[in-house]
Design a protein around this ligand. Structure first.
Ligand code: AMP
Length: 147
């Protein structure tokens, strides 16, 4: 049996490799931030790890920490530059969750007038028994996740 075909590099991997251009805002050893080319609002930017993983849950603790460290600074700079006083952070995982580029990325989306992230939010109910059951299941999974 032949090996599975390697998947082609994502757009963001090609940006990281210098094969495609981007409007770079910030770079360090682990992180790159650049403007989204189809912005929901002025200043909409993407923050990506240099580590090439499709989903957040695959990311190393080091990459996750490096992104977390720089997010507040990028948010302050984007608010100062755009005049926005509100913004959303969005991080999609999986096609069903609206992910189009399969390299981890955080969207930082300023809310400027009616421009920015529109959210469809349909809250359910949380009966006490369901809450206890869910807490137990997630805590069990946490306990068996040794990474
Ligand atoms: P997502 O739906 O979370 O996967 O979002 C992917 C985002 O990447 C979209 O908002 C696109 O506009 C953006 N995008 C795609 N190609 C590029 C590119 N070459 N440079 C900057 N942003 C891009």
């Amino acid at each position: 049996m032949s090996d599975p075909k390697p998947s082609p590099p994502t757009i963001f991997a090609r940006i990281l490799a210098g094969e495609l251009p981007c409007h770079k805002i910030y770079e360090d050893e682990n992180v790159l931030a650049f403007l989204d080319i189809f912005p929901l609002s002025p200043g909409h930017l993407l923050i990506i790890p240099k580590e090439q993983k499709a989903y957040l849950h695959e990311l190393s603790a080091g990459s996750a920490a490096a992104i977390g460290r720089v997010l507040p600074r990028l948010a302050r700079a984007t608010m100062a530059a755009t005049g926005a006083t509100a913004y959303n952070l969005l991080q999609n995982n999986g096609a069903a969750a609206h992910q189009a580029v399969f390299h981890v990325h955080f969207h930082l989306i300023p809310k400027i007038g009616d421009r920015g992230l529109g959210i469809g939010w349909v809250p359910g109910k949380l009966p006490e028994a369901d809450a206890h059951h869910m807490v137990a299941r997630i805590q069990d999974a946490l306990d068996s996740d040794l990474s």
